[in-house]
Ligand binder design. Structure first.
Ligand code: SAJ
Length: 466
């Protein structure tokens, strides 16, 4: 196993290809997007992730990593392409779009040789490895290694006309990808034992965590269960937040206290769940077993309903106009409480799906922004981490805040958590803060500066305000 062909140079494929290249393998990284290939060949990196640029540049400089548009013969093929959701007509639950996995697998077929190992890293619905990937690869005329007893696991790859397949799901956290790629335990599901052992030998070249072997479908399910566990737990936190708002208690305080129990670990409420993983993967389990997954489906819907709740909070904050919350003496005509949304200017802080990343995929902040824009509010957007094209311009922080009637904090970037009411207050037209992440430090400090503070899940503060 000397040469590896990695298909898909995104958030997972690029770090993985670079990691193998810096651990002595000859790696060819393949992407169907010409712009990605061009960017990397120019020594630039299209993904922002701590340490990634240095690693990629080291891999390219060593000559062990090359970037290309087409696969080529190799000992190992690693598929790391996206598996987004696609809506299904007539169904309320979306399904996995496997088109990229299928295209990547098909592109390997002409190059597949006996003894090759194919690893699927993309997150997929249960049984995809066995029922989608393997049949495509068998179009090569070769057969997948299935029966451990027919050949010795000590000498995998020696049986004529067989290839090997394993599912080795990525488990790394955006923002900490490189560290977790090395340190996290890995679960490897082989189509058979020989496949799993081969994949283990490969990943052991850089993985310092433990590597556990199982079958392919169990590995698929393990990955989905991890993200579903988090989604359901966050939905619970969000539901608690809604209850807390009604009961007049502070959910953040209540969760902190509940988590002092040795067997309780409730996650944080927020404006919803984003990213390409947690908001997506539970649907892959639902698609496999719709009848027996009411809890998973409800959790998804609870989390998906949070952006609409945030919009309600913003509307309420703007309606609860108080005369003394005026921010600065300004030439602007001040909107009255009953004035149309058009006259309200909102500074939206954060578009990324979570703190300190540049990724806006499935971000609940975008849902909130779309709804507020549809309601006619004037929006001033700020996200110092995001560099994507939007229908609205992205402004520097103080520019976004200037003349605003309300700050709406949607992503808990470090820059926003460090915001000082003494700095932003005087720039605003009215002093209002809607904090959907419990992120603004010391709400009392904001209140002391004349801010009307509304924190998602904090019914206590609202009662005191009222
Ligand atoms: N979120 C909350 N409350 C919380 C935690 C998260 O509302 O208490 C929100 C975040 O703001 C974000 C979303 O959930 O919108 C997901 O963020 P995350 O940091 O929990 O997870 P991801 O999507 O960045 O990465 C997850 C990780 N999975 C698990 O932690 C089980 C990562 O290890 C996976 O590799 C990744 O999905 C993936 O690629 O599947």
């Amino acid at each position: 196993m000397h040469k590896i062909c990695v298909l898909g140079l995104g958030y997972i494929g690029l770090p993985t290809a670079s990691m193998f290249a810096t651990h002595g393998f000859q790696v060819v990284g393949v992407d169907v997007n010409e712009r990605v290939v061009e960017t990397l060949n120019n020594g630039e990196v299209h993904i922002h992730e701590p340490g990634l640029k240095t690693l990629v540049q080291a891999a390219l400089k060593s000559g062990n990593l090359r970037v290309a548009s087409e696969p080529e013969p190799a000992d190992v093929f690693i598929i790391a392409v996206p598996t987004p959701l696609s809506p299904v007509a007539g169904l309320s639950s979306p399904k996995a779009d496997l088109s990229h996995v299928i295209a990547a697998a098909e592109s390997i077929v002409p190059y597949l040789r006996p003894g090759n190992l194919v690893v699927l890293e993309s997150t997929v619905p249960p049984r995809t490895t066995l029922e989608v990937l393997v049949p495509i690869l068998e179009r090569s005329g070769l057969g997948v290694s299935r029966d451990e007893e027919n050949h010795s696991p000590q000498h995998p790859g020696t049986t004529a006309s067989l290839f090997y397949v394993a599912h080795c799901p990525e488990r790394v956290l955006p923002g900490r990808i490189l560290e977790e790629l090395i340190r996290n335990d890995r679960v490897i599901g082989g189509v058979d034992r020989a496949s799993a052992e081969m994949a283990k030998a490969l990943y052991a070249s850089f993985v310092e965590g433990e590597i556990f072997l199982t079958d392919a479908t169990t590995a698929e399910m393990v990955k989905l269960m991890e993200n579903t566990y988090r989604d359901v737990n966050i939905a619970l936190a969000n539901e608690f937040a809604l209850v807390a708002e009604q009961l007049g208690i502070n959910v953040w305080e209540a969760i902190e206290l509940a988590n002092r129990h040795p067997r309780v670990n409730i996650l944080k409420p927020g404006p919803g769940v984003g990213g390409h993983c947690i908001a997506v993967d539970p649907w892959f389990i639902v698609q496999a077993a719709p009848e027996v997954t009411p809890l998973i489906q409800t959790a998804r819907r609870v989390n998906d309903s949070m952006p609409a709740h945030v919009v309600e909070l913003v509307k309420r904050a703007l309606a609860e106009h108080k005369t003394e919350d005026r921010g600065q003496e300004t030439e602007d005509k001040l909107p009255s409480p009953a004035s149309s949304p058009l006259s309200h200017r909102i500074a939206v802080l954060g578009l990324a799906y979570k703190a300190n990343v540049d990724d806006v995929r499935e971000s609940p902040a975008l849902r909130v922004v779309e709804s507020l824009a549809a309601l006619g509010y004037e929006l001033r957007l700020c996200d110092p981490h995001v560099n994507a094209a939007f229908p609205w311009p992205l402004l520097p922080l103080l520019e976004a805040v200037k003349g605003a009637d309300c700050l709406v904090l949607l992503t808990d970037h470090a820059e926003f958590a460090a915001l000082k009411p003494q700095v932003v207050g005087p720039l605003m037209r009215y002093r209002r803060l809607v904090d959907t992440r419990g992120a603004a430090s010391k709400p009392q400090e904001w209140a002391a500066e004349g801010f009307q503070v509304m924190i998602l899940g904090d019914g206590k503060a609202e009662e005191q305000e009222g």
